[in-house]
Design a protein. Structure first.
Length: 155
């Protein structure tokens, strides 16, 4: 739904996407490497805080060690995964969003698909008129209805 307001404001005209300062868009590989570096640098904040917490509580310093291992190894694994398995090409579709893998990029509506009127005509001879329907024996309420329909002599 992102971008719909822009399309409505421009009377259905889609503007070209704005390119970042670097002149290109981040690919999934580049984003993965950035995430790995961020997690690695986040470890420099979290591990000292864990060390201060262990000192304050007076417990064995296993939390800073586990934190350093998780942040260090986790960030290296994220970078390795990005470099080995993620795509290096970044592309945007016409509205300015990343294209979804496996989905074709459409810039226009599909061609007209029409059904001829003759497909909606009634088949000859199969329709019944309501006068042709059989009369069934009257129900319990029919006699009451007939009583209501009789003319009142006072009117």
């Amino acid at each position: 739904m992102t971008g719909i307001a822009e399309i409505v404001a421009n009377d259905g005209i889609v503007s070209t996407p704005k390119i970042g300062a670097a002149g290109n868009f981040d690919s999934p590989r580049r984003r993965g490497v950035k995430q790995g570096i961020f997690v690695f640098l986040l470890g420099f904040l979290v591990v000292p805080l864990l060390a201060l917490l262990t000192l304050a509580l007076g417990v064995e310093p296993f939390m800073p060690v586990i934190g350093a291992l998780l942040f260090g190894i986790g960030s290296l694994l994220r970078i390795a995964y990005a470099l080995m398995f993620e795509s290096g090409a970044g592309s945007l579709n016409t509205v300015g969003h990343r294209s979804i893998p496996g989905v074709t990029d459409r810039t226009a509506l599909p061609g007209a698909q029409s059904i001829p009127v003759s497909a909606y005509t009634s088949p000859a001879g199969s329709w019944r008129d309501t006068n042709d329907l059989q009369r069934t024996p009257g129900s319990v309420t029919d006699s009451t209805t007939k009583l209501l329909q009789k003319d009142d002599p006072d009117q």
